[in-house]
Design a protein around this ligand. Structure first.
Ligand code: URA
Length: 247
């Protein structure tokens, strides 16, 4: 949200509004690298980098959203090939949010996006063992023995995967719907795991991060997450302190 610079500086605890005016007049404040001297100037702390004597003053408001990513969108901020990028789906969110981890172009489902680098690192770092759950529609009907192999860990790209949780949701004549929960994030991991047992993934959807589920969120839509939502991402045994999360 755009606000007058004096107000932003005051809110950030840098100075009173009057002192803020003095800082501005003295050319000590920059917005996105440009010195500001005009008194009526406004900025958006969620989007703009505001510095006093070169030091960032306003920490961005942290925003967390859960997007139901459709196939055909890339999980990068910009795509040299000009394909649609996931941030285009965040209508009405002015902050620059980045995806936490990746989903393949043809994978659908839960994609967390935020401007909180700390939280993103905690989710992605293997030490925190955040579970990611997927529904994979695979060709044919994997045998119990094959599924046990997946659950125990299977070699892909020369490295054995960590144990996974597997549930068979449906057996159809030519395909099976399998739920798989992993806490690693290797590139195309789920597809490669099923490839390793000779059952090609026909359709892949991520349904949850930890206990934070996609639920009935429509494809292509997002919802802003609360502090309680974020707590569901992390395993119980490793409590996570959440700061700066708007109500
Ligand atoms: N595993 C995959 O194979 N693809 C994804 O997009 C996510 C996990």
């Amino acid at each position: 949200m755009e606000e007058r610079l004096q107000k932003i500086l005051a809110k950030a605890g840098i100075a009173s509004r009057r002192q803020a005016e003095q800082l501005i007049r003295a050319g000590r404040i920059r917005i996105n690298g440009q010195v500001v001297v005009a008194m009526g100037c406004t900025a958006d702390p969620a989007r703009d980098r505001i510095t006093c004597d070169g030091k960032p003053i306003a920490s961005e408001e942290k925003i967390y959203v859960l997007l139901n990513k459709p196939a055909g969108y890339v999980t990068t901020l910009a795509d040299p090939q000009g394909r649609p990028v996931v941030s285009e789906l965040l209508d009405g969110i002015s902050a620059r949010l980045f995806p936490v981890g990746r989903l393949d172009l043809d994978t659908e489902g839960a994609l967390l996006m935020t401007n909180d680098g700390d939280l993103a690192n905690r989710i992605l770092h293997p030490r925190f063992e955040v579970n990611k759950t997927y529904e994979a529609l695979v060709a044919g009907s994997p045998s119990p023995e094959q599924l046990r192999l997946l659950a125990q860990g299977i070699v892909i790209d020369g490295v054995k995967t960590q144990p996974a949780r597997i549930r068979v949701l449906q057996r159809r004549p030519n395909a099976s719907l399998i739920e798989i929960t992993i806490h690693e994030g290797k590139k195309r991991q789920v597809r490669k795991m099923f490839q390793a047992i000779a059952h090609r993934v026909l359709h892949l959807k991520r349904t949850a991060y930890g206990r934070l589920r996609l639920g009935g969120l429509p494809l292509g839509k997002f919802r802003v997450l609360s502090a309680d939502d974020l707590k569901k991402i992390f395993p119980h045994r490793k409590p996570f302190t959440i700061k700066n999360i708007p109500d």
